[in-house]
Design a protein around this ligand. Structure first.
Ligand SMILES: O=C(O)CCC(=O)C(=O)O
Length: 187
């Protein structure tokens, strides 16, 4: 596989790299048998169900009110993990998988800046429906969005300390899978 690489954005050492359609040969159905679940989350003391399905593979990992036990990578994710290493040089040891059933599913502003995540690189791979990833600078509130299509890879380099990102609701009926490969620092 030869990847076509574009630098989409840079401010100081925060860079967004974009590899259009890098994994376009995959089908969204390739991820049907992952152990998708809908987690309860607490917001201002009230419990809700997350507006999407998720599953996680890697070392034990906790964010907001969700705690994932350690779990070995599913077979269908190992090939993508290996290709990201070969093509981009990113050796991840964890992947958070998101399943947006339709445009009513979403993800609110967050930064993936928990101390155990190696902030240098997060690689996001998308399949299925095109959805826009919105970015917002934590201090300056500068904003922009990136449309993510089937098979696209977006690499966030040193982005997590100063930027938040989100996927807003959209009028679309088909589903989307997003895999965010990370490196969790274990001691
Ligand atoms: O679905 C996406 O593209 C975003 C996923 C995300 O922000 C995350 O898993 O932290």
């Amino acid at each position: 596989m030869r990847l076509n690489k574009t630098k989409l954005y840079q401010k100081d050492n925060a860079i967004l790299w974009y590899f259009p359609r890098a994994f376009a040969s995959y089908q969204i159905d390739d991820f049907n048998s992952l152990p998708w679940q809908q987690n309860p989350i607490r917001v201002f003391g009230k419990e809700y169900l997350e507006p999407r399905l998720t599953c996680y593979f890697g070392p034990q990992y906790t964010y907001s009110s969700v705690s994932w036990p350690a779990r070995e990578f599913a077979e269908e994710l190992v090939q993508i993990q290996n290709e990201l290493f070969e093509q981009v040089g990113f050796l991840s040891n964890a992947v958070l998988c998101n399943y947006y059933r339709n445009g009513a599913d979403s993800m609110g502003w967050h930064a993936d800046n928990e101390p155990e995540i190696d902030q240098r690189i997060i690689a996001s791979v998308s399949f299925g429906a095109t959805r826009k990833m919105e970015f917002r600078h934590i201090q300056t509130k500068e904003r922009f969005g990136v449309e993510l299509h089937h098979g696209d890879v977006l690499i966030m380099e040193n982005f997590q300390n100063s930027w938040q990102h989100a996927i807003f609701k959209k009028k679309v009926s088909n589903p989307r899978v997003n895999l965010t490969f990370r490196r969790i620092i274990t001691h």
